[in-house]
Design a protein around this ligand. Structure first.
Ligand SMILES: N[C@@H](CCC(=O)N[C@@H](CS)C(=O)NCC(=O)O)C(=O)O
Length: 207
């Protein structure tokens, strides 16, 4: 299996998930925006990932993009680890709810901040949005998260799942982008970051 990624971007979700699942893969670093060989905008890479984004997972004939789909795929490679609740159960419904909430609601102000700070062509950036609207939107999503999150030490249910990978990476992203994060969520993410698989994945981003 091969994973294409870069640093602590959304591809880190996949790298950490692979470590948790004990799945061996070759990790290939791609340079954002580069049209050079091996770059994210090169023709070769865009055959795999049309937008030139990360992550991309390649397993035989399967080419998979979208970080949430990738971590679920990796979880299913290691059923004995119980990293994703069984299909059709109420635990799985709650897991899906959390994952969809993270990628559609919690992530949205973070990515919008990135776009309006550096990612969009300059003429499309709206700097006013950053301090007013996006801080408000993040606070709103965060209070919903506090209601949705399990009262246990994990994102959903009573044990570690891939939803914890998704949530911890997203909270780290929020912290890097200087959003105000609730103290209980900061404690939660610090605990998740103590996991061996997290450190092992971090080490791989540097190679
Ligand atoms: N919804 C996608 C988003 C992927 C995405 O936007 N990745 C960013 C890094 S976090 C990227 O590759 N950006 C490079 C670019 O936009 O050129 C996912 O979750 O995998």
């Amino acid at each position: 299996m091969k994973l294409y990624g870069m640093g602590v971007s959304r591809s880190f979700r996949a790298l950490w998930a692979a470590q948790e699942a004990g799945v061996e893969l070759d990790y290939i670093i791609v340079a954002f925006g580069s049209t050079d060989k091996g770059g994210a905008q090169s023709n070769d890479y865009k055959q795999l990932n049309y937008q030139g984004k990360v992550p991309t997972l390649v397993d035989g004939d399967l080419v998979l993009t979208e970080s949430a789909a990738v971590i679920n795929y990796l979880a299913n490679k290691a059923p004995q680890q119980n990293l994703i609740p069984k299909d059709g159960t109420s635990d799985r419904a709650k897991y899906d709810q959390m994952c969809y909430f993270i990628v559609t609601e919690l992530e949205q102000p973070l990515w919008s901040k990135g776009k309006h700070k550096f990612a969009l062509p300059e003429q499309y950036r709206v700097p006013d949005l950053i301090d007013r609207t996006l801080a408000f939107e993040f606070a709103k999503a965060q209070s919903t998260l506090l209601g949705l999150k399990s009262t246990s030490e994990f994102a959903v249910g009573d044990h570690f799942t891939m939803a914890d990978v998704l949530l911890t990476q997203t909270l780290n992203w929020a912290q890097r982008f200087e959003f105000e994060i609730d103290a209980s969520l900061l404690d939660y993410k610090e605990r998740m970051m103590q996991r061996e698989a997290y450190s092992a994945a971090m080490q791989r981003t540097a190679t």
